[in-house]
Write a protein that binds this ligand. Structure first.
Ligand SMILES: [Ca+2]
Length: 399
């Protein structure tokens, strides 16, 4: 049974708390912040606040109590069309001292656009927050004339270099198999935007892995392995363990159909091309990837959590006794497109959720947690009649 309580705090922050229990872990879903427009990427600041990107091109700071700031100034202009817009935000490991962050976004114009990375310093004063010393450290060299399949996820690897995903641009899928094209790749670069030393292809100095379609989830496991999820067309969404130099096959091999219903390729495997660790057919529209390592859900440690845009929920993948990945559907009560999934420093699992009222949500354990503040008793604050459910928008394209 699911009980939904709504509490309106004096600061105007709407906090929705939903209770649910599942076989594997008891959790409670909370809304951290709402009123966001297509929240795409989420990053945690050392002081307990959050940075969140909105796809149309805004960066905001969310206070620990859920108060959402005005737009941070100085964000570079983004090409906001279809899948193009502002994508990820990550903070530098030395953010406490240097205030630096990285943004990924689509830039350009209809006939000439691509994925870019900017680095900037976050500065706050009485007038608000802004980005200073902004520098566009990298632009995907191969420009395109489609507003789709940008990739756009970014992580900082253990060696301090950046890893960026790029999409195939939809109309250029053959270039995923051209190692010299920067479409359909992961690219490893220094924080200054130079090719990282030790990359596998001398003729394509940024390229780390190839043969991707549109990867929108990227995460590093506790053991240092790097994982990526990517969209297939009809079927063939994949979770891949990526290693330098490896070819992940798109579009030469896949477990998919084209949108016309035709096979993209008759092949699902080929010598020299990697098999996915897991694939979805039919598609779920994977976006966001967290490998849980928090304290609140010990039974989830090491498991993969993937946002499912199509299904409006989250998928958990965990190892069975035979070592194969087993899938579990979770958080279906969210009921909206889950774009990003992250493990928070508090051990909660965080999501950015699209829909008419875009939100940051989190799943917290329903067991007593020594490190989590006790919730304010809400029963006395619950209005006699709960407000109407948020109107659900029309289904949007999967990617
Ligand atoms: Ca593949």
């Amino acid at each position: 049974m699911l009980t939904r309580l709504t509490t309106l705090f004096c600061v105007g922050v709407l906090s929705q708390i939903m209770f649910a229990s599942v076989a594997t872990a008891g959790y409670r879903l909370e809304t951290v912040a709402s009123g966001l427009e297509i929240p795409w990427g989420l990053a945690f600041l050392p002081d307990g606040r959050y940075l969140v990107t909105e796809h149309p091109g805004r960066l905001r700071i969310v206070a620990a109590d859920g108060t959402v700031s005005g737009p941070v100034g100085g964000v570079p202009p983004v090409y906001f069309k279809s899948q193009g817009g502002l994508f990820d935000v990550i903070v530098d490991r030395d953010f406490v001292n240097n205030g630096q962050l990285f943004l990924t976004y689509a830039e350009g114009m209809p006939r000439d656009n691509g994925t870019a990375i900017a680095r900037a310093t976050l500065v706050e004063n009485a007038d608000g927050a802004k980005l200073e010393n902004l520098s566009v450290i990298f632009r995907v060299e191969r420009r395109k004339n489609t507003p789709v399949h940008y990739g756009g996820r970014l992580v900082i690897l253990g060696d301090g270099n950046l890893l960026l995903t790029t999409g195939d641009g939809f109309s250029f899928r053959h270039e995923s198999q051209d190692v010299k094209s920067q479409l359909g790749k992961t690219l490893r670069l220094t924080p200054d935007g130079k090719p990282a030393p030790g990359n596998p292809f001398p003729d394509a100095p940024y390229v780390w892995t190839w043969g991707h379609r549109n990867p929108q989830g990227l995460a590093i496991a506790a053991d240092g392995t790097v994982w990526l999820n990517e969209h297939g067309p009809q079927g063939g969404d994949e979770l891949n363990r990526i290693e330098p130099g490896k070819n992940f096959g798109w579009p030469a091999i896949c477990y998919c159909l084209d949108y016309t219903g035709a096979y993209v390729t008759p092949y699902t495997e080929w010598p020299g091309m990697e098999q996915p660790e897991f694939y979805w057919r039919p598609s779920i529209g994977p976006s966001g990837l967290a490998i849980y390592e928090g304290d609140q859900f010990p039974e989830w440690r090491g498991d993969f959590f993937v946002g499912a845009l199509v299904n409006r929920e989250v998928r958990r993948l965990h190892r069975g006794e035979d070592g194969k990945l087993i899938e579990e559907k979770l958080f279906s009560e969210i009921g909206e497109r889950v774009r990003d999934v992250r493990t928070g420093p508090d051990g909660a699992l965080y999501f950015t959720v699209e829909g008419k009222d875009g939100r940051i949500m989190r799943a917290v354990s329903d067991q007593p947690q020594p490190t989590v503040p006790v919730e304010t008793p809400v029963d006395s604050l619950v209005p006699e009649t709960a407000g109407p459910e948020t109107t659900r928008p029309e289904p949007a394209p999967a990617m």
